[in-house]
Design a protein around this ligand. Structure first.
Ligand code: FAD
Length: 420
């Protein structure tokens, strides 16, 4: 094998958890998984910290009385994750295979085989779709991150598209550098989508100008953007405006192309989960802006990440218990007792089972599954009601008995299953 062929070969790494995306959601999930002693890898294709690093001022994340820059806040998150031995890989996830107990996540160089995957891939800025847009993206004049690009706009004329919190707060930040910030707002004069404090400050900022009832019709320039043609949505009039650059803040779309046809999503591509952040595939969780949810913010991404990390830990522990204690039986029959430890009827039946196990120690082994602690294993066995006992031998569920148990009932079934 030539050296080139060998270097192209993919390495295989077995880990407990792979987290796709290193924004606030992924970093928090990492902190929870790392702290649970799970071998955890966060794969991030752009900047650790995600969209939160796009803003210079996060004022609504609790605990930071005077606010924090997105970069600082995300640095603290990352350092905390590293403290719990979370590994970071700065690369793009190319493909995934999520069905089955071993989840495969592939980057250009490594094939990760994980017990659980947390999808925290967030979103990306939405484009206007106006003429010429593709020609000027990023370093050609159309930008999305004021924190990253504000300094390059010293004494320049900048246009901001949008009137939500991000547009107005980032627009005000840009006034510290630019000579003028012109804001294109789709609504009637005085109507904006941002919070009232930002609105008041922006309207009284002498460096900010507003062009109401407008959307972008065309981006123009030769090598670099030098003109944005706005269109009045009421009159249809075209308004050419000379600018040095333009920042788009008109919302976000989820980074969910990779999961199409694999994970359930809504029509707009946001992943669907339950309140444990579980997706439609066992062992695969989603957190943060990529989820269908009401509010996309750092605080909510953090909440999701915490739940996803905790759920992944529970899933892995249950999967191990399921394989090693429930399905592996040796030459005995496992009597898997699904019960609720706070229910007296369940405890009475437990006493019957314990006595039965003592009487027939060579033939059976009692395994207790308390749904009061967690119902994951019961769900795997498709058991909904308690008390229920499942007879399991050589990885097969042979019989399920619901309700009250007696020694004779247990013995009849045990004898029947052994002789079958
Ligand atoms: C300008 C701006 C200002 C904001 N201001 C505030 C604010 O003041 N307060 C607030 O609470 N929130 C604010 N937000 C929103 C906040 O940043 C987001 O809600 C939050 O970052 C979502 O976190 P997340 O982890 O879900 O996703 P993201 O932050 O989007 O992170 C997802 C990460 O996944 C990575 N990724 C995607 N696909 C792949 C792949 N295939 N392989 C590897 N990596 C991948 C991306 O590169 C990205 O880094 C602001 C956002 C912007 C853009």
């Amino acid at each position: 094998m030539s050296r080139r062929e060998r270097s192209r070969e993919q390495k295989v790494e077995q880990v407990d958890v792979v987290i796709i995306g290193g924004g606030p959601g992924g970093l928090t999930a990492g902190i929870y998984c790392g702290r649970a002693n799970l071998e955890t890898v966060i794969i991030e294709k752009a900047l650790v910290g995600g969209l939160a690093t796009y803003t210079n001022d996060i004022e609504n994340y609790p605990g930071f009385v005077d606010g924090a820059t997105g970069n600082d806040l995300m640095r603290y998150f990352q350092e905390q994750a590293k403290r719990f031995n979370v590994k970071f890989k700065l690369t793009d996830v190319r493909s995934i295979k999520l069905e089955g107990p071993v989840k495969v996540v592939e980057t250009a160089r490594v094939r990760y085989e994980a017990k659980a995957v947390i999808v925290a891939s967030g979103g990306k800025p939405r484009l206007t779709g106006a003429k010429g847009e593709e020609n000027f993206l990023y370093d050609k004049g159309i930008a999305f991150c004021a924190t990253c690009d504000a300094a390059a706009n010293k004494d320049k004329v900048v246009m901001v598209i949008g009137s939500g919190d991000a547009a107005i707060e980032e627009g005000m930040f840009l006034t510290k550098f630019a000579s003028k910030v012109i804001v294109s707002v789709i609504h009637d004069e005085g109507i904006m989508d941002c919070n009232e404090i930002a609105k008041g400050e922006a309207l009284s900022n002498p460096k900010m100008e507003f062009i109401w009832n407008t959307v972008v019709d065309e981006f123009k320039g030769s090598d670099h953007l030098d003109k944005v043609v706005l269109k009045n949505v009421k009159t249809g009039d075209l308004i050419p405006v000379d600018v040095d650059s333009c920042f788009l803040f008109i919302g976000y779309v989820p980074n969910s192309e990779l999961y199409e046809g694999i994970l359930d999503m809504n029509q707009r591509g946001y992943l669907l989960t339950n309140d444990k952040m579980e997706t439609n595939i066992k062992g695969v969780f989603a957190a943060g802006d990529i989820r269908e949810k009401f509010l996309r913010q750092v605080a909510t991404a953090v909440g999701d990440g915490a739940i996803a990390g905790f759920s992944a830990e529970k899933y892995i522990a249950e999967e191990e218990t399921f394989q090693t204690q429930i399905m592996e039986t040796g030459d005995k029959t496992n009597l898997v007792y699904v019960y609720n430890a706070t229910d007296q009827c369940c405890l009475d039946n437990l006493a019957v089972l314990e006595k039965f196990e003592q009487e027939f120690p060579e033939q059976c082994k009692l395994v207790r599954v308390d749904v009061y602690k967690s119902n994951g294993i019961a769900k795997r066995l498709n058991i909904e009601d308690v008390p229920t006992v499942a007879f399991i031998r050589e990885g097969q569920v042979l019989k399920v008995l619901e309700g009250n148990l007696t020694r004779d009932l247990l013995l009849a079934n045990l004898t029947q299953e052994i002789s079958a």
